[in-house]
Ligand binder design. Structure first.
Ligand SMILES: CC(C)(COP(=O)(O)OP(=O)(O)OC[C@H]1O[C@@H](n2cnc3c(N)ncnc32)[C@H](O)[C@@H]1OP(=O)(O)O)[C@@H](O)C(=O)NCCC(=O)NCCS
Length: 195
């Protein structure tokens, strides 16, 4: 039977469960794609702390123009079964790598990250999160989205291509002491996607 889930804005109280979900997701999805030494220094609490910085000054809501949406399922051992987060396109990666300027100019809104509990992949949660994120971008007057994906992350690329994303650029990402090729995927017309 399909897993029932609902979407809602993230709250600070979600961060411990979200950190545990993203950590397990990375250990599963990124093994072999990222160095073991980089993965070994990640922790659920460290991820929860990083994601927990993205709330408004009142600490209760995602920052303005920065959608942060969780998928929740009461029937799963960890009720936070996915999330998506984004905002105005970053000129540098989280590690400080410069992004091609044309990407920042042509695509002002970026999806920073999308993750689904690894035991629930292919349940439609990612598609629902992505669609909700696209609606949030539209509500801010944006009609395009860009994101970066590791160029060897074949499942994620298949996911983005199933949603009609197109590769538009490549640029390296530094994690730890290693550089990884990344591809930018973009959507030029959210109205058409959401029609
Ligand atoms: C990428 C990710 C968010 C997709 O979420 P998901 O909930 O599994 O995706 P969905 O079930 O909504 O899939 C929608 C469609 O995408 C395509 N798709 C998704 N995963 C796929 C895979 N592994 N292989 C081929 N196609 C895939 C399919 O067309 C799928 O539709 P279908 O199942 O009816 O055939 C999820 O796999 C994930 O968390 N991966 C690990 C973290 C990650 O890589 N995040 C992206 C970072 S850039």
């Amino acid at each position: 039977m399909p897993t029932a889930f609902s979407l809602r804005p993230a709250l600070p109280a979600d961060m411990p469960n979200l950190g545990a979900m993203q950590h397990a997701c990375w250990m599963h999805a990124y093994k072999g794609l990222l160095d073991d030494s980089f993965l070994a220094q990640l922790s659920p609490a460290g991820i929860a702390g990083y994601q927990g910085k993205h709330f408004d000054a009142d600490g209760n809501h995602a920052s303005p123009r920065m959608p942060f949406i969780v998928a929740e399922s009461a029937s799963h051992p960890n009720p936070i079964v996915g999330f998506v987060r984004g905002g105005p396109t970053r000129a540098k990666s989280a590690s400080g790598d410069a992004v091609p300027p044309a990407i920042v100019t042509n695509y002002p809104f970026e999806l920073f990250g999308i993750h689904v509990a690894h035991d629930l992949h292919r349940s439609g949660i990612g598609r629902a999160l992505f669609t909700q994120f696209a609606r949030a971008a539209q509500s801010y007057g944006e009609n395009s989205i860009v994101l970066w994906v590791l160029s060897n992350n074949a499942p994620a690329i298949a996911f983005y291509e199933s949603l009609s994303g197109k590769p538009v650029a490549s640029s390296p990402l530094t994690l730890g002491d290693k550089s990884y090729p990344q591809t930018a995927y973009a959507w030029n017309d959210l109205s058409a996607l959401l029609a």
